[in-house]
Design a protein around this ligand. Structure first.
Ligand SMILES: *[C@@H]1O[C@H](CO)[C@@H](O)[C@H](O)[C@H]1NC(C)=O
Length: 318
């Protein structure tokens, strides 16, 4: 380590969102509402799936895992963002910054792996309906979830350790609203070539492989429907895959938009807007995408509510 006599940075300043000062209060309220909605919406999905035994199927257990991951993903950045919008000196300690980066990567990757598991589940359900329960056994589901956690832990740990090896000396201002890996790399005063190489390789693997797996399972689904085209089959496929496809497009759409769109010199604003899309908007929309179009979830909500109403009125009657 070459620390020498240069001062070592103990905290970073997060510049936050590029918002005019007079609009800050409106945005604060907006983001607070979005965060509360995210927490409540995802909690509702988790609780409903837990309470209703009809939803104890692989698809809904994965969905419940996805909601948990969304809830944590937005809790990694949002409380800090809200607090910084109110404070004069939006600083974050060095260790806090690395911790935030770790969990940001962790839950972001977890989401991507869970989307693959869900795509595989739909593929088996549509292409091998008769063997579905045998293939998607509780053991396989649990293994897929555990595998996602192991892979995502390793990946997030790799980047965090590589980042911890860098030294930061002069500049500690992050022009972003959370400790983003690429923003941190720009501030480092030691050699970042290894970090960039690892980000490039792992980023490709972690994004491209899940994306290809999802595309492959949907290609199989489409080809199996086209082999015996019937209005009923198409409707069934749409109703079971529609919500999953919307979530996948939202997740990968923003990422692809971020990396493939040509960026000009003034790209900080664009990057921030895209980052708001995937850290703030996507975790909020996922539960709505699933519950608004889904008859099972709506049914479960109805059953749980009526059970509670009956218990409440019985309680009052006693
Ligand atoms: C995640 O999925 C596993 C395996 O299907 C399940 O046992 C577990 O309860 C789920 N976790 C949550 C929080 O829903």
């Amino acid at each position: 380590m070459k620390m020498g006599n240069q001062s070592v940075i103990s905290e970073f300043l997060l510049l936050g969102l590029p918002i005019e000062p007079e609009l800050r209060d409106q945005f604060y309220v907006l983001f607070l509402l979005v965060y509360v909605t995210t927490i409540l919406g995802n909690l509702l999905i988790i609780v409903l799936i837990r309470l209703d035994s009809r939803l104890h199927t692989p698809m809904y257990l994965f969905l419940s895992n996805l909601s948990f991951s969304d809830l944590c993903f937005s809790s990694v950045t949002m409380p800090n963002l809200l607090q910084n919008m109110q404070s004069q000196v939006p600083s974050i300690p060095y260790a806090g910054c690395l911790t935030q980066m770790y969990f940001f990567l962790f839950f972001g990757d977890l989401e991507s792996f869970l989307l693959v598991a869900m795509a595989y589940d739909r593929y088996v359900a549509i292409c091998f309906p008769l063997h579905y329960t045998a293939i998607m056994s509780p053991k396989l589901c649990l293994s897929l979830v555990v595998l996602s956690w192991v892979l995502t832990t390793a990946h997030a740990m790799l980047h965090t350790l590589l980042m911890a090896k860098l030294s930061f000396c002069a500049d500690n201002i992050i022009p972003h609203f959370f400790c983003d890996m690429s923003a941190l790399l720009k501030l480092a005063c030691s050699d970042t070539r290894i970090n960039e190489l690892v980000i490039f390789i792992m980023g490709g693997l972690i994004l491209v492989i899940p994306f290809l797996l999802i595309v492959m399972s949907y290609a199989r689904i489409v080809s199996s429907i086209l082999r015996v085209p019937s209005a009923k089959g198409i409707r069934k496929a749409f109703s079971t895959c529609g919500s999953h496809l919307s979530v996948v497009s939202l997740f990968y759409g923003t990422i692809i938009g971020l990396y493939l769109c040509p960026s000009d010199n003034n790209s900080t604003v664009k990057e921030t807007v895209m980052a708001v899309m995937y850290t703030v908007v996507t975790p909020m929309l996922n539960p709505f995408i699933y519950s608004l179009r889904n008859r099972d979830i709506k049914g479960a909500l109805g059953r749980v509510c009526s059970k509670w109403t009956i218990q409440l009125s019985l309680g009052q009657g006693l």
